[in-house]
Design a protein around this ligand. Structure first.
Ligand code: NAP
Length: 305
């Protein structure tokens, strides 16, 4: 009998994973916030995944955090700012040796979760898959991509990667997951805040080449000082490549702001600025970028953390 995949958070990525795992015949249970959300979910009859324009309903069973079944495998699919609290509630249900897969963007939330559940193995993930909710319990699979998974403290791959293959979730075990997460964080810091401040698509940053280049210089210094030289390699070239390749897209932070949603700033630019303080690095443009972004979020009445 396969181990049940408990999926914490039935948002965009949680739904994308839960529906594909369930479709492959694997046991999946959703964990929703509270009874009100559970009732709303049950009224909807399941999760809907829209792929290539076709909607399919998956009646994945769901429960609230105070269920009693022990949890052996937990996919944490909340936003970075919700992950720690959401996992805290489930800590008493985690079996010894339970495994958690952390899908959060940026850095900081993974270590906070791992510190909270020392009895569990925490696997960090970095994904380029894209999905968005077009209504409650209904998610559109918008961009096919890839997910890297790894455990910095324990390089052996878990056997359940076979479940991901069976579910058609493109993935690879990475022994350098922290390098990947740092690289993605640096790309995000160089692009996303500027798209908010200049109110533009990613391609709009082609007109701000000098500003982008200055930030890349500071981010390179930061990555090297943080012991991540591989994540620093040719950063500016990759940032420029990403800006060109995604010129027509709005960044995730831009979309959060325009939809008046809380951003993950504390786990992206905020994490980078804290790390530079810790290393007593002087990175004036990065710090100024954070101040400008916070000021913009506050002026829009959005949380600045
Ligand atoms: P999302 O659509 O906002 O989904 C987050 C879900 O977590 C929501 O359904 C929310 O519940 C749920 N949640 C929060 N606290 C909870 C709690 N205590 N108990 C149970 N459920 C809880 O977010 P997302 O876009 O999937 O993003 C998740 C993470 O993946 C983020 O760090 C994001 O940056 C990263 N990521 C996303 C994508 C993407 O394409 N979406 C791609 C790569 C990486 P409610 O529905 O009740 O609010």
């Amino acid at each position: 009998m396969s181990t049940t995949w408990h999926v914490l958070g039935a948002g965009s990525l949680g739904t994308l994973w839960a529906t594909r795992l369930a479709r492959a015949g694997l046991p999946v249970r959703l964990i929703l916030r509270d009874t009100a959300r559970l009732q709303a979910y049950e009224m909807a009859g399941g999760l809907t995944l829209v792929e290539h324009g076709e909607a399919q309903l998956y009646p994945v069973p769901a429960e609230t955090p105070d269920g009693i079944e022990p949890i052996n495998r937990l996919l944490v699919a909340c936003k970075a700012y919700d992950a720690e609290k959401a996992v805290e509630q489930l800590a008493p249900r985690l079996s010894p040796g339970a495994e958690l897969i952390l899908l959060q963007n940026g850095l900081g939330s993974q270590d906070a979760v791992a510190a909270q559940v020392p009895q569990a193995r925490c696997i960090y993930a970095s994904s380029t898959e894209g999905a968005f909710r077009d209504s409650d319990w209904r998610v559109v699979f918008a961009g096919h991509g890839f997910t890297w998974l790894g455990d910095a403290g324990h390089p052996v791959a878990p056997i359940w990667l076979d479940d991901l293959s069976a579910a058609g979730i493109p993935h690879e075990w990475s022994t350098e997951i922290l390098t990947r997460l740092w690289r993605k964080l640096a790309l995000n810091c160089a692009i996303n805040p500027l798209t908010v401040l200049h109110d533009c698509r990613n391609g709009g940053l082609l007109e701000h080449h000098c500003e982008v280049a200055t930030l890349c210089g500071e981010l390179t210094e930061l990555l090297e000082r943080c012991g991540q030289p591989a994540a620093a390699e040719n950063l500016q070239q990759e940032v420029e490549r990403v800006i060109l390749a995604t010129a027509a897209n709005y960044s995730s932070m831009y979309q959060d702001v325009s939809n008046r949603r809380r951003t993950e700033i504390s786990y992206l630019l905020g994490y980078a600025c804290k790390a530079s303080d810790r290393h007593q690095l002087n990175l004036p443009h990065l710090n100024q970028l954070q101040q400008r972004l916070i000021a913009r979020l506050l002026s829009l009445g959005l949380p600045s953390d």
